[in-house]
Design a protein around this ligand. Sequence first.
Ligand code: HEM
Length: 492
Amino acid sequence: LRQPAVPEGLRRPPGPRGYPILGNVLELRKDTHLALTRLSRRYGDVMEVRIGTRAVLVLSGLDTIRQALVKQGEDFMGRPDLYSFRFIADGQSLGFSPDSGEVWKARRKLAQSALKSFSVAPSPTSSCSCLLEEHVSKEAEYLVTKFLQLMEDEKRFEPYQYLVVSVANVICAMCFGKRYEHDDQELLRLVNSTEEFNNVAAAGNPADFIPVLRYLPSRSMELFMDFNRYFLSFLQKRVKEHYDTYDENNIRDITDSLIEQCLDKKMGTSAAMQIPKEKIVNLVNDLFGAGFESTTTALSWSLLYLVTYPNMQKRIQEELDQTIGRERRPRLSDRGTLPYTEAFILEMFRHSSFLPFTIPHSTTKDTELNGYYIPKDRCVFVNQWQVNHDEKLWQDPEAFSPERFLSADGTKVNKEEAEKVLVFGLGKRKCIGENIARWQVFLFLATLLQQLEFSVCEGSRVDMTPLYGLSLKHKRCEHFQAVWPSGTECIA
Ligand code: HEM
């Protein structure tokens, strides 16, 4: 392996010696986030590993990550050209493709603005404060009814399959102005095969780094490609329907607003905005894909923690009772008034760290970090899991304790502590759906917990062992139960 010369005064990042050809791939194969966290204890916040013959820079420690992604944001905002990413959204994904130039910047801006218009904009038809509140309230209400019906019919249920359709419906409403039934086969096929995406898009997938593996038959790669093809064709159908019924005087949803941008004459005026048409409409792929998968995972982990720690569930319900009561449903504006609920959500994000790494970054030019030389086009893994479990930042990081985010009197969320949790990335590539995701998780949980108490059947336990992938999943649990909170009347 040829390494670029290191300029005087700088050093090469340290890291474990690997095997010839394989590099460190064997050590990193399983639970990559844990393996890299262990290695970072030995080699530090700026470390280099090799996957196959390719060097990968691994960043740990909140200060180092802030330095790289925020203070030196331009240097670290690239995306590596990874083999598996070429199959996502036909290689045109905003989040996964190697583009980080003017076209990416302009697309990101368009996506952010379209997302904002159809989430926090006032709802024209309901009393809700915004469209997002309207969609989430409707879907959460549906879930309450569904869970109670399942209890009546079967006495137990597996929540993930219902959560995923409800969360997908929220982003579908924003992107396509459409809601799907929970037994819609077209949507179910899509939302139930994300595992295939999750496994291959995980940080450190050997096929991305060891070219010969691409020529060997791989079932997981085939499933990944099938998933991406199906996903694209599902979305293209929706986009075509929109083109066919488009009316410039009635912009119905995100897809319409992106079509409007394509047709907008002003677009031609700035070189930066000369984005090919299909690259604009394809933005819905990123919004839709990123929009349902991680938010569902957040809610699913939340339910697992709630049944594992029933005393915390009770405390959230007491807080909801005292602050909101039972005469009305929770709203987004209640978020600042429910500190324990908020602290629970922060602790779920921190403790599960279900996105253990950001999407991989790459350097856009030769640079330095903490006295180490980093050449251009270096692939960079950002270890969010390490930050969220760093003993230097958190007392007893393995304990699940929402209290760590509360002021001493329990009445406020401590902002400084909250900002240490790293799940949405930082800087120029930071998640563009962060606010929407946080609001959704809050409103889904508050609405569900105002009306239901969750548990698992007597004698069964949920398995919290994280399964490694782009996002950390857990085994599904078929033994969930939900009842009206004890000692209360039905409040329909
Ligand atoms: C990127 C987390 C929900 C849209 C990301 C990244 C993370 C993340 C870690 C990569 C940041 C980086 O590479 O440095 C999450 C979590 C979510 C969530 C934890 C839910 C709990 C959403 C939602 C949307 C969204 C609801 C849109 C509706 C995106 C997009 C990118 C992204 C488009 C790519 C940005 C770019 O590369 O420029 N997200 N996300 N995400 N997210 Fe999210």
